[in-house]
Design a protein around this ligand. Structure first.
Ligand code: ADE
Ligand code: ZN
Length: 319
């Protein structure tokens, strides 16, 4: 099995329908109607209804332990597919809404990470992620909370949500604060909005990675700039095809980005929503073993884990 690594996967977006049902039952909660389609898959039809569906699956969560179980279950499955490292996007907005403190939430996540490490050898880390459409004030408050209670597994800061809302520059104070305090930074851009969104992100935010960024392929000058700066794209082809950005994998720009010299990684984003897994992304990328091994190495190099951890992981995947 080719060793794999992943740096773009959303915590609640990794919950398979079966686990959502189990968690809801355990918590005595009733899941919202129409969460699933007739086949038992998550029901959504476009990017915005996907974001809505994402919010609705979160209603299965109630206790800190639920977050432990979600990250543990994802890491266990990824390890079975050959993953040695996963960086998970985790939003403190969800636990806060449930009255779970930031510390108890992180302790629960760390427990899941430690259990998965002990049982499967996989290394997990956390990126704290703000939600773009909730605005810059919430983002800055989130960074302040992250700085007030540092945790060794929290290695970075990022932003997801509705890319059409606000502009990267609005979030510059939050990002500056995270970056100046040593956190690696990434941002979703160039997914539902075109290259101008990626230009703005690399101009206004201290990011070394872009979440998705695939729409950069529409602009040769942007691809050249990304290659020149060594900016890494967290590419999620299955997600992009499922959300209708491209009609199929054959028209996805992954290969064009690689040909232009852009550093890319392969990721699953919200795997059960998009009927994919990290293993499927590697299998369906249309790349040979050498190229896939190079992608796994780029993923570790671009990760926000400390240098010693990155060195150990690189030795593990290419001894
Ligand atoms: N949150 C979860 N998945 C996302 C995606 N693909 N784009 C933006 N925000 C997200
Ligand atoms: Zn994402």
């Amino acid at each position: 099995m080719i060793p794999k690594a992943e740096i773009h996967c959303h915590l609640e977006g990794s919950i398979p329908p079966k686990l959502a049902v189990e968690l809801a039952e355990r918590n005595g909660l009733i899941l919202p109607p129409n969460l699933f389609d007739e086949k038992g898959h998550y029901a959504w039809k476009d990017f915005w209804s996907f974001l809505d569906s994402y919010d609705r699956v979160c209603t299965a969560l109630k206790k800190a332990r639920d977050f432990r179980d979600v990250i543990y279950s994802y890491l266990a499955g990824a390890a079975r597919e050959g993953a040695v490292y996963v960086e998970m996007f985790c939003s403190p907005e969800r636990p806060a809404a449930l009255g779970i403190s930031y510390t108890s939430w992180l302790e629960a996540l760390a427990q899941g990470i430690d259990d998965a490490r002990r049982e499967f050898g996989i290394v997990g880390r956390i990126i704290i992620i703000c939600i773009r459409h909730l605005g810059p004030e919430r983002a800055e408050a989130m960074v302040r909370a992250m700085l007030a209670e540092p945790h060794p597994y929290v290695v970075g800061f990022g932003m997801g949500g509705d890319e059409a809302k606000f502009a990267p520059v609005d979030f510059a104070p939050a990002y500056r604060l995270a970056h100046d305090n040593g956190y690696g930074c990434t941002v979703h851009a160039g997914e539902v909005v075109g290259p101008e969104s990626v230009w703005a992100a690399i101009r206004d935010l201290p990011v070394t990675r872009i979440g998705h960024g695939v729409r950069s392929a529409d602009d040769p000058a942007l691809m050249e700039e990304l290659a020149r700066r060594g900016v890494v794209l967290e590419v999620c082809p299955g997600s992009n095809v499922a959300l209708g950005l491209y009609p199929d994998r054959a028209s996805h720009p992954l290969h064009r980005l690689i040909a232009a010299g852009v550093r890319v990684t392969l990721n699953s984003d919200d795997p059960p929503f998009f009927h994919t897994t990290l293993g499927a992304e590697y299998d369906l990328a249309g790349l040979d073993e050498g190229q896939l091994a190079a992608i796994a190495r780029t993923t570790i190099e671009a990760s926000f884990a400390d240098e010693a951890t990155r060195r150990q992981l690189l030795e593990r995947i290419s001894p």
